[in-house]
Design a protein around this ligand. Structure first.
Ligand code: TYM
Length: 334
């Protein structure tokens, strides 16, 4: 039997992924390549929904791809590619845009949050249609599962709605995907503001742990993470959001259940615990950073790996689009 298919994407909008991206998404991508027919893309078309400098976009797209391979994605087992290399994403997005209600798109909370930063009238129409392009990314591969963090839930609901609407109107065409969200790591929070999501766009540098960061600053940031009053290492999201976040991180990085960690640090205070969290972060990130640096030192090889991914992804996307064009009623081109 064919393996179930998985697709996910990540934006090249920063010079490094952060711990939230890694634990919430990329780590699952790596495990799922063993059991799924896996497609993962660097979503550069999404990145330009906010003003983006061309040289930075080019650099960050390569840096993103290098981190994906460095984190353990194997080009033999997973199809890793750059979204803009497969033009069909944009074509399907247009068709889905024509199936989306204005009100429906207007309800997307990420658009509201992101556009609030510019003022809604200055935000691009691209930012408004962002989730519809995301739906196209997923539906075009007939993905069964989409591994993401909690912030993507609403976009995945829209994806299912649009796929269902298309199927209803034009005949069964798309697989309806299920989100794959691991509860324990669905929302890693900011080290300085432990009730807010760790985020490329809104966290302060002190609140975010970057995968490509050096051990020194990583350790410093963990040691300076906002903790809560009291001295006990306890998991209590409401009263101890800072310590609870660190416990979640430590548990995910070491594979030790949270209750075992709580027992281990009983009576030891925050200092020892934070030191161990810092070490676990450094131990996880250092090999990834080193491998990413190596991959980035040979850009033509990296570009070649991405070309292989684009070729494989393109073959699937073209097949879906042939059917979609026909169903919608576009004339075949002879
Ligand atoms: P992006 O680039 O913002 O984030 C990439 C992935 O990281 C997850 N994530 C987190 N998980 C846990 N805790 C956090 N603090 C945290 N911050 C980020 C995100 O949930 C995401 O899974 N819209 C998507 C990109 C996209 C996509 C797709 C995803 C485009 N097309 C198709 C899936 C399928 C995004 O902005 O991801």
């Amino acid at each position: 039997m064919a393996r179930p298919r998985v697709l996910s994407g990540i934006q090249p909008t920063a010079d490094s992924f952060h711990l939230g991206n890694y634990l919430g998404a990329v780590r699952q991508w790596v495990t799922m390549q063993e059991t799924h027919d896996a497609f993962y893309c660097v979503v550069d078309l999404h990145a330009i929904t906010v003003p983006t400098e061309p040289a930075a976009l080019r650099r960050r797209s390569r840096v993103a791809a290098a981190q994906l391979f460095a984190a353990g994605l194997d080009p033999e087992r997973a199809t890793v590619f750059v979204q803009s290399h497969v033009r069909e994403h944009t074509e399907l997005a247009w068709i889905l845009i024509c199936l989306t209600g204005m009100g429906e798109a207007g309800r997307m909370t990420q658009f509201k949050d992101k556009s609030a930063k510019f003022g809604e009238s200055a935000a691009s129409v691209g930012l408004f249609t962002y989730p519809i392009l995301q739906a196209a990314d997923i539906l075009i591969y007939q993905a069964d599962k989409v591994p993401v963090g909690a912030d993507q839930k609403q976009h995945l609901e829209l994806t299912r709605d649009l796929g269902q609407r298309f199927n209803h109107r034009y005949g069964d065409t798309f697989t309806l995907p299920e989100p794959y969200i691991l509860k324990e790591v669905e929302k890693i929070t900011d080290l300085q503001e432990p009730t807010a999501k760790m985020s490329k766009s809104s966290s302060s540098p002190a609140g975010i742990l970057d995968v490509l960061e050096q051990p020194g600053p990583l350790r410093k940031k963990v040691m300076r993470a906002v903790t809560d009053t009291g001295t006990e290492v306890l998991f209590d999201e409401d009263n101890k959001p800072g310590i609870s976040n660190l416990l979640r991180i430590q548990s995910a990085l070491t594979g030790t259940p949270i209750p075992d960690l709580v027992a281990r640090y009983a009576g030891q205070g925050y200092g020892t615990f934070k030191k161990d969290v810092a070490e676990a972060v450094v131990e996880t990130f250092t090999p990834i950073r080193e491998r990413a640096e190596k991959l980035l030192s040979n850009e033509s090889e990296l570009d070649r790996m991405l070309a292989v991914g684009a070729e494989r992804a393109g073959a699937v996307a073209r097949q879906t689009m042939e059917q979609v064009r026909d169903r919608v009623g576009f004339l075949p081109k002879f």
